[in-house]
Write a protein that binds this ligand. Sequence first.
Ligand code: AMP
Ligand code: MG
Length: 351
Amino acid sequence: MNTKILTLDTDNFQASDLEEAAKLLRDGGLVAFPTETVYGLGANALDKRASSKIYAAKGRPSDNPLIVHIAHRKDMEELADEIPDKAYQLAEVFWPGPLTIILKKKALVPYETTGGLDTVAIRLPANSIARELIARSGVFVAAPSANISGKPSPTNAKHVINDLLGKVDMIIDGGKATLGLESTIVDLSEGAPMILRPGCITKAMLQNVIGAIEYDPAILTREPKSDIVPKAPGMKYRHYAPEGSLTIYSGELQAVTEAINTIAREKMECGYRVGIITTEETKHHYHYGLVKSIGSRKDEASIAAGLYGVLREFDELHTEYIYTESFSDNQFGQAIMNRLLKAAGYQVVKV
Ligand code: AMP
Ligand code: MG
């Protein structure tokens, strides 16, 4: 398949620039586009043939449901039934933005899109290209991250091109995804509200709007256990895995840098390519391997935005062993550590 690349400036484009992409979506095609979280791979969510193509292009397991993207808050009512007040409250405060809400689905949403579930995940993204594309297409857009399943999510168009060139109809290059981590997922489809995936909209922010909310117990366990199954089917897969072996070092920062220096030196002496994931504050303390800072500890958002890109850079360099510092578990840190633990296959060394 010939993949068309369209380059647009998120802050300065004409709505008509998106007509061809919108038509591709209307006609059942696949279009990758930027959002504020990560790049998405879009198809008409109500056309089961179109959404099945997403699974084929990504190599995604068919029981892993897709998030349906809308252009206006009220579109939620077209897709979902029995919408609780809390959904309207969250939509009012956090949409457009990096929040996905799970609700009971209407019959018109095909099971091919929801991975066989009776619920549907809905998000109104903030990125202007994403919103205009969805609005102009006139369809609801199912869009998981635009990567090959199991790879780190794409945070720029180059990542998407590496994974999906020749497999999709169009890739829209709109520069960097500003947040760099996937949306927070909140389940309001039954019982008490529950966070199924942590993200940049934190538990405290959600609590301020709708009161009590808990994490899905399955995402808090450090190791996936067979007896606790996460409610978001996608959370059970080993995602975001770099090709090299990734290990997290946790503990007091100075001890962590010393331990990483020691192991990095050992591996290099054995002839391996070694990468180290660090921050602005500590990058000067490493003496071995390829040292990459993903951001500043004073600015958690910079770390969230830098994570996936660095994992991909280490892949390109065929790094065999990657060592990373760990990050605090509060606020954004919860989302960052959730992704990092999965990328590392839960390999953690406590020092
Ligand atoms: P991605 O779009 O690649 O970030 O993946 C979407 C995530 O949303 C996956 O972890 C899915 O399992 C989750 N998800 C989508 N729809 C539902 C749903 N109806 N119920 C629970 N989780 C969902
Ligand atoms: Mg994904």
